[in-house]
Design a protein. Structure first.
Length: 337
């Protein structure tokens, strides 16, 4: 099925939103792109890695390489994404798509650096440096009668999630040293092992999965999750703000205001709901899960405050349902490359 990326479905935009916050207004190193219709579409975020990409480019407003890299790759996705549909139906097809897209994006960053890198400012922060580094997380989606086919393509630690009546599920595995789980990485802050950049051939991983609707799809940069005390709090952040909102716009505003208070970095989160009749159906469909999450995980862990052993024990229970990064389901397209 080919998707019409030129027809904007205004009514359906009431079931998707963007949270985007820059710590330094006008200089945020996150960027995004999206297009959603009832038939599917895509969500995309990129997080320019400021610590590595601190070189500045005077001819581009003294922007950092990290800022420019994130904007370049999301602009390229907007130009190329229509050709990625219909979604590849085989593992080999996904491998080929990831390889060709990765080569294209790395080439765009390298060409930019070759053309403009010699004019950079000498103000490079720290000893670690890489030209034009950025993460990427792209979720491509096609709707069926009762299901949603998704293809996640990513590099780095920007993530794709699914939220449904069973809870929040992480679909993409961070490219981080020693492959820590989501809880461990909150306290380890493991260095990334894979990025898109002008200097290295960063690889793109791919994950094809079929999910039952109704559900909510999410992509996010690490600023949206890295400052929470446990991964369970990410789900609570989504469900608690939904519960007190009266519209999609209200949910977006509440979520953004809460994230701004928590995050110490740029943060971007894109969200789209599929299979729900309206906003009230989203609230009703996720209300039981909110109560379960609160009773089983959020309230008990918060009452113990600094008891990390107790929090980790709860995490070991929670992760069994949360971690879909390696999940396989017989008879359905669900695999990664």
């Amino acid at each position: 099925m080919m998707l019409d990326f030129h027809a904007v479905e205004t009514a359906f935009l009431e079931q998707c939103f963007i949270v985007h916050h820059a710590v330094v207004p006008g200089a945020g190193e996150d960027c995004f792109a999206f297009h959603i219709t009832p038939r599917g579409g895509y969500l995309c975020v990129a997080d320019g890695c400021g610590g590595l990409g601190s070189k500045r480019y005077p001819t581009f407003g003294d922007r950092t390489g990290a800022y420019l890299a994130a904007h370049l790759v999301t602009h390229a996705i907007r130009s190329e994404v229509e050709g990625m549909f219909p979604l590849p139906g085989s593992r080999r097809g996904v491998q080929d798509l990831c390889a060709s897209l990765g080569m294209s994006l790395n080439g765009i960053l390298k060409n930019f650096e070759d053309m403009h890198g010699s004019t950079q400012s000498a103000r490079i922060v720290g000893r670690m440096f890489r030209a034009m580094p950025t993460t990427l997380c792209l979720m491509l989606m096609e709707t069926g009668t009762t299901c949603l086919d998704c293809l996640c393509i990513w590099a780095g630690d920007s993530r794709a999630y699914l939220l449904n009546g069973d809870g929040l599920h992480q679909l993409t595995a961070d490219h981080a040293l020693s492959s820590p789980d989501a809880m461990e990485n909150l306290y380890k802050d493991a260095p990334l092992t894979n990025l898109l950049s002008a200097e290295t051939n960063g690889r793109l991983s791919g994950r094809r999965v079929r999910m039952q609707t109704p559900c909510v799809t999410i992509v996010a940069t690490d600023g949206a999750y890295a400052y929470l005390k446990t991964p369970m709090e990410m789900e609570w952040l989504l469900l608690s703000t939904l519960n007190t909102a009266s519209s999609m716009a209200g949910w977006q505003k509440k979520l953004q205001n809460t994230l701004i208070k928590v995050a110490s970095d740029d943060c971007t989160l894109l969200l789209a709901a599929f299979g729900y009749q309206d906003f009230e159906a989203i609230k009703t469909g996720l209300d039981t899960r909110k109560m379960t999450l609160q009773q089983e995980y959020i309230t008990p862990v918060r009452r113990r405050k600094t008891d990390m052993e107790y929090a980790r024990a709860k995490w070991r229970s929670y992760i069994r349902n949360y971690d879909w990064t390696e999940r396989t389901r017989q008879g359905e397209p669900d695999w990664r490359v």
